[in-house]
Design a protein around this ligand. Structure first.
Ligand code: MIG
Length: 691
C-alpha cells in the first residue's frame, strides 16, 4: 500500500515510474511541523525499531543513532562523523512492531536525524517546500523494499563481462602502462576482464578526447586489448574544459547548454581541466547533446564508462579564490593569531565544494531557471541518465557498462554506482559490507567499493580480505589513488594467493550473475540483511556483518587484521564451505547458533543455506573463456530440491526469454539423491544433516 503526498509545486525528479494517485490530508504516521524556513516530519521510534535504508550513507545497516544529510558530496575522507556521501538516496524503512517505508522525493538537501538529537526521535527536515512524500505500508521491511523497488522501475542491467575482475588505478599514463598491467595479470594467472582509464588518458583532461601522445592509435589499442580478453573503461568527468576550438566546449557555449550564473553568463569552476563549465544535465536538450558524445568512444570500440566528479565536485571558484586571497593577505606571523591560522586552513580546504558556490548557478528546467542547490541531488543522476538514454540509441541491442559516483534514486535505471573515495582502512571494508544491502534497497544493484581502498597505502592482508568479500560484489574493481602504494595484486607478493582468490570469483560468476539478473528482473535485492530472510529471528536482526547473497548463500566476511577467523551466527543449520581456490575447499555442516570459524588470509568462508545448492563452473582467465556448459554442484539437503539458474548471452537485451531459466535439480532415483540438469554435471558434492 503506497500513499503519495505532494507538497508545494515539486519538479519531476524522475525517481518514480509508477503512476500513483496523490492523496489529500496529513502524512500518515508522521507528525508535521512547518516553520518559515523548513518542514519537519517527526516519528517517535519504539525502542526496538530498526531503521534500514538511505543507500549510500555512512555508518551501519541500522541507521539509528546517526544524522545524515542527503546532499551529494565529494567526500574523500569518509570518517565516522561525515553526514553526506556521494549519493542521495532518501528511502528508509522503519521496522519493529509495525513496518513503514518513507521516500522523500526532493532534489534539494534533506536531513535525516535518526535518533541523533534524541534517541527515540526520528526527524526529517527539508528546507524546500516543494517535494513529494511516499509512505509505504507492508507486512515487513523486505515487503516494503520490494514495493518501493517496484514503484521506481527496473534497475540498470550490466553486461556479464562486468562481473569479471577489473583493475584500475589513478593513473595509468599511456598504453604501455596498461599493456604492462594486463601482461602482469596474465603472467601471474590472475584473471582479468577490464582495465580502467582514469583522467590521464585524456588530452588535457578534456572529456571524450583521447590523448594522441599516450594512445597513438586508440581504436587499434582497444582491439588489441579486446583480443586478450580485456575491455578498457574510460572515465568521463562532469566538467567541460574551457578551451577555444575544443568543439564540445564551443558547441555547449553556443547552444547555451552550460549551467549559468544569475546574470546569464556561463558558470565557471576550477576542476581537473582548469577552468570548466558544467553541462546542464537537467535540460533535456543538453542531456541529449552530452550523451551523444559517448559515441566518439564507443566508435573506437569502448563498451563501458564511469562518470566521475558529478556531484558536481569543484576545487574552487573565482568567488572562493577572492575570499581566500583576502584571508592570506590578512595573515601575518607577528600577529600570531591562532584563530586566524585555523580559519585560513579551513578556508583553503573549504574552497572545494563550497555551499555558496552551489547557490551561484542555475539550471534550465522546462524553461524555468532553477538555482542549483535546489536540485543539487539530481545533477549527477542526470549525467548518468544522459549516458543511459544515449546508449539506447548508440547501442540499442548491446548492453554497455555505466556506473557513476553521484546518484539519486531514479538513476539506478540508467547505471550502477561505485562508492567513491574510500581509504585502505579495515573499517572501510566493514562499511562496504554493511552498505551493500542498503544500496540494493534503493535500486543500486550493480555496485561495489574500491577494493583494497582508494586513498592511503593498502596492506597485503587488507587487499586479500577485501577480495574475500569483493569476489561477491557485482562490481569487483581494485582501484587506488595516485601516490599510494601500488595495489595491483602482482605487486603485493605471493601472487598465487591472489590468483586463487580471484579464481573463486570466476567459478561463482554463473551463480552471481543469475542472482543479480533475477534481482534486476524482479525488483529484488541481491544482498540482504539476515533479518529479511529470517524475519522472526530476533537475534538475526542485530547482525550487520553477515549478509544473505541471493537464494543460496550467506556470507560472513573477515574484516579485521590478523584475525584467523571470526564468530558467525547461523539462523539455521548451514553448510560451511571454505574456499582456498576455485577447486580447493573444505566443508563442514554446522548447526544453528553461534560458531567460531577459522579462515586464513588466503581462504574465503561461504555458507550454503539448508535446502539450497550452489552451482560452480570451471574458473577462467576472463569471462570470454568461461565455459558454462559444465557444472559442479554443492548442495546441502536431505530432500529433493531445485535451483533455477538465469543465464543469457550476457550482452543482448532479451531478458524475458523463457529459455534463460535453467533448472538444476537434486532428485531421488531409487532412493538415492542425484543431480539432473540440461547442463552437464561433472560433480555433485552432496551434504546432509548427518554429515
Ligand atoms: O579529484 O580521476 O573518485 O576514483 O581516481 C579526484 C581521479 C578525481 C575521484 C574519483 C577517483 C578517481 C579520481 N577522481
Amino acid at each position: 500500500m503506497i500513499k503519495k503526498y505532494i507538497f508545494g509545486n515539486p519538479i519531476e525528479t524522475g525517481a518514480v515510474t509508477a503512476n500513483i494517485e496523490p492523496c489529500e490530508g496529513v502524512v500518515e504516521h508522521f507528525n508535521e511541523i512547518e516553520t518559515d524556513e523548513s518542514i519537519i516530519f517527526n516519528y517517535a521510534m519504539h525502542k526496538e525499531d530498526i531503521v534500514y535504508g538511505l543507500g549510500e550513507a555512512n555508518r551501519g545497516m541500522n541507521k539509528r543513532g546517526g544524522i545524515y544529510r542527503s546532499f551529494c558530496t565529494d567526500v574523500p575522507n569518509q570518517t565516522e562523523e561525515k553526514q553526506s556521501f556521494y549519493g542521495a538516496h532518501n528511502f528508509m524503512v522503519i521496522t519493529g512492531i509495525i513496518s513503514i517505508g518513507i521516500f522523500v522525493d526532493c532534489p534539494g538537501e534533506v536531513c535525516f536525524d535518526i535518533g541523533y538529537t534524541a534517541s527515540d526521535m526520528l526527524n526529517i527536515r527539508l528546507e524546500s517546500k516543494d517535494f513529494v512524500i511516499y509512505i509505504i505500508e507492508g507486512k515487513n521491511a523486505y515487503d516494503i523494499v520490494k514495493q518501493f523497488r517496484g514503484m521506481t522501475g527496473r534497475s540498470y542491467i550490466a553486461p556479464r563481462w562486468a562481473f569479471g575482475y577489473q583493475q584500475s588505478r589513478w593513473s595509468y599514463m599511456n598504453e604501455d602502462e596498461i599493456r604492462e598491467v594486463v601482461k602482469k595479470h596474465r603472467e601471474n594467472n590472475i584473471p582479468l576482464d577490464a582495465v580502467y582509464m582514469d583522467i590521464d588518458y585524456m588530452e588535457r583532461y578534456k572529456d571524450f578526447m583521447v590523448s594522441d601522445e599516450a594512445f597513438p592509435d586508440f581504436p587499434q589499442f582497444v582491439r588489441e586489448m579486446r583480443e586478450s580478453g580485456i575491455r578498457l573503461v574510460p572515465i568521463i568527468d562532469a566538467g567541460v574544459k574551457i578551451e577555444e576550438d575544443y568543439d564540445i566546449y564551443e558547441e555547449g557555449k553556443e547552444k547555451g547548454y552550460f549551467c549559468k550564473r544569475a546574470d546569464g553568463s556561463d558558470f565557471v569552476a576550477a576542476v581537473w581541466p582548469g577552468k570548466t563549465h558544467f553541462p546542464d544535465f537537467l535540460n533535456p536538450e543538453a542531456r541529449k547533446w552530452f550523451g551523444s558524445k559517448y559515441k566518439r568512444l564507443t566508435d573506437c570500440g569502448i563498451e563501458g564508462f564511469w562518470n566521475d566528479m558529478n556531484e558536481p565536485a569543484m576545487f574552487f571558484t573565482e568567488e572562493g579564490e577572492k575570499k581566500a586571497k583576502q584571508l592570506v593577505s590578512d595573515f601575518d606571523f607577528d600577529a600570531n593569531n591562532p584563530h586566524k591560522f585555523f580559519e585560513l586552513g579551513g578556508t583553503i580546504i573549504g574552497l572545494a565544494n563550497r555551499a555558496e558556490d552551489y547557490k551561484n548557478f542555475y539550471h534550465n528546467v522546462d524553461g524555468k531557471q532553477i538555482r542549483h542547490d535546489k536540485v543539487h541531488n539530481i545533477y549527477g543522476a542526470n549525467m548518468t541518465r544522459a549516458a543511459g538514454e544515449a546508449f539506447d540509441e548508440i547501442s540499442p541491442d548491446k548492453r554497455l557498462l555505466m556506473f557513476s559516483r553521484a546518484s539519486y534514486i531514479g538513476s539506478h535505471r540508467y547505471g550502477g554506482i561505485w562508492t567513491g573515495d574510500n581509504q585502505s582502512w579495515w573499517s572501510h571494508l566493514l562499511m562496504n559490507i554493511k552498505m551493500m544491502p542498503s544500496l540494493n534497497m534503493c535500486g543500486f544493484l550493480y555496485s561495489g567499493a574500491d577494493i583494497g581502498g582508494f586513498g592511503c597505502n593498502t596492506t597485503r592482508d587488507l587487499l586479500m580480505r577485501w577480495l574475500g568479500f569483493g569476489i561477491f560484489t557485482p562490481l569487483i574493481r581494485n582501484h587506488s589513488a595516485k601516490g599510494t602504494r601500488r595495489q595491483e595484486c602482482y605487486n603485493l607478493g605471493d601472487t598465487e594467493d591472489f590468483a586463487n582468490i580471484i579464481s573463486i570469483r570466476y567459478s561463482l560468476i554463473p551463480y552471481l550473475y543469475s542472482e543479480y539478473m533475477k534481482a534486476c528482473l524482479n525488483d529484488d535485492m541481491l544482498f540482504k540483511p539476515l533479518s529479511f530472510e529470517y524475519p522472526t529471528d530476533s537475534f538475526a536482526s542485530g547482525v550487520e556483518d553477515q549478509l544473505i547473497l541471493g537464494e543460496s548463500l550467506m556470507l560472513a566476511p573477515i574484516y579485521e587484521q590478523n584475525a584467523r577467523g571470526r564468530y558467525v551466527y547461523l539462523p539455521e543449520d548451514m553448510l560451511l564451505v571454505v574456499f582456498r581456490s576455485s577447486s580447493v575447499r573444505r566443508y563442514k555442516v554446522l548447526q544453528k547458533g553461534i560458531h567460531y570459524i577459522t579462515a586464513d588470509v588466503n581462504e574465503v568462508p561461504v555458507f550454503i543455506r539448508k535446502g539450497k545448492l550452489l552451482p560452480l563452473c570451471r574458473t577462467a582467465q576472463c569471462t570470454d573463456e568461461l565455459d558454462t556448459s559444465m557444472f559442479e554442484l554443492i548442495a546441502y539437503t536431505d530432500d529433493e530440491i531445485k535451483y533455477i539458474m538465469y543465464e543469457d548471452d550476457g550482452i543482448s537485451k532479451d531478458y524475458d526469454n523463457k529459455d534463460n531459466y535453467i533448472p538444476f535439480e537434486i532428485k531421488r532415483v531409487d532412493g538415492i539423491l542425484g543431480a539432473t540438469s540440461p547442463k552437464t554435471i561433472v560433480k555433485l558434492s552432496l551434504f546432509g544433516q548427518n554429515d
